[in-house]
Design a protein around this ligand. Structure first.
Ligand SMILES: NC(=O)c1ccc[n+]([C@@H]2O[C@H](COP(=O)([O-])OP(=O)(O)OC[C@H]3O[C@@H](n4cnc5c(N)ncnc54)[C@H](OP(=O)(O)O)[C@@H]3O)[C@@H](O)[C@H]2O)c1
Length: 313
């Protein structure tokens, strides 16, 4: 291995707490057919990253160890694989790559898009996991329309903060749940009503909703049915909603389904950021060396928007 083929990356050799993440010198990946190699500027830190690292998902999503976490990426194209068209060395791109907690990461061209002028690497980095998921929930599954009532459960999070803005952009009456510290923040994203879930039971406060987008899961899903109007829909990105409960209540239920190709959604999200209709909220930026601290912060399950790793200028 020469210095030219090495890079710095945060990786873990065994499942465990955040401290298993260590920054090491590793082999740079090569882009395969249909992929590009991205020089990473920012990597998003998502709940899926630490769920995989902790081993919570190892029964059905085992990761080959050692593993470099990370899906969200923004950066510049360093090299292109065989058969790649539409992307060239030096292009500014964002989307979903593989093992993005590193100086370089590969990404299929079907899950990245070009960054529009005026959009920064920092703004673009959280748009795949958070942005695409919010789009799937609000637009593709929820079919939210102007004048409808949309409830976003978890309006402050990486997914929820974008879902609130997408609902507002669609012209819906957006209601959202958040903890006390995040009520004003979520209102500033375009929610007309924000329920402080630490003191108010959402089922007592909210009724006649057309679409619930649930980004929390568990008990929150269970307590979301009664706010729906007949024929309404509950969409969740956490788990699978109970079809029997939905049928018994005369409503519909769906889990978000991620398509294999997401470029067209990323392009829509990029345009919204460029026009100012969507402002991705960045909670905190850590260095690659502090990847363990970044995941520990994400693991609290509370916060505002997305945590990022800044890998390069
Ligand atoms: N299926 C998929 O494709 C997919 C994609 C992305 C994410 N997800 C999953 O979706 C979930 C959310 O992801 P994320 O990236 O948005 O996470 P995140 O950025 O960590 O945000 C979680 C948010 O949940 C809020 N929250 C916690 N307890 C709540 C409650 N009882 N009621 C209302 N809000 C509550 C927190 O707000 P406060 O600080 O105000 O408490 C926090 O901002 C995770 O479980 C993630 O794994 C699934």
């Amino acid at each position: 291995m020469t210095n030219e083929t090495l890079m710095r990356a945060a990786r873990f050799h065994d499942y465990g707490p955040p401290s298993v993440l260590v920054v090491e010198s590793v082999q740079r990946p090569d882009p395969e057919a249909g992929e590009v190699l991205v020089r990473v500027h920012f990597a998003g830190v998502n709940p899926i990253d630490w769920k995989l690292r902790a081993g919570y998902l190892k029964q059905f999503m085992p990761v080959p160890l050692p593993a470099i976490p990370g899906l969200d990426v923004s950066g510049t194209v360093e090299a292109v694989g065989e058969g790649v068209s539409g992307f060239a060395v030096g292009d500014r791109v964002f989307g979903r790559g593989a093992s993005t907690y590193a100086e370089f990461a590969v990404a299929p061209i079907t899950t990245i898009a070009h960054m529009p002028d005026g959009v920064s690497f920092e703004q673009a980095a959280p748009l795949h996991v958070g942005g695409v998921t919010a789009w799937l929930g609000v637009v593709d599954s929820g079919h939210v329309e102007a004048g409808q009532r949309l409830l976003v459960q978890g309006g402050a999070g990486g997914v929820g903060s974008i879902a609130v803005q997408l609902g507002h952009w669609k012209g819906a009456d957006v209601i959202a749940t958040a903890s006390t510290a995040n009520v004003d923040f979520v209102r500033s994203l375009g929610a007309g009503e924000v329920i402080d879930y630490t003191s108010v039971n959402v089922e007592d406060a909210v009724h006649d909703v057309d679409v619930v987008f649930d980004t929390v899961g568990g008990e929150v899903t269970a307590h979301s049915w009664s706010v729906l109007k007949p024929g309404g829909i509950l969409v969740t990105c956490v788990g699978v909603p109970d079809a029997e409960t939905a049928a018994a209540r005369g409503v519909r239920a769906e889990a978000t389904r991620r398509p294999t190709e997401t470029r067209s959604i990323l392009e829509e999200l990029g345009k919204l950021v460029a026009s100012g209709d969507l402002k991705p909220e960045i909670q905190q930026v850590f260095s690659l060396d502090d990847a363990a601290l970044a995941q520990a912060a994400s693991e609290t399950g509370h916060g505002r928007g997305r945590i990022l790793l800044k890998v390069a200028e």
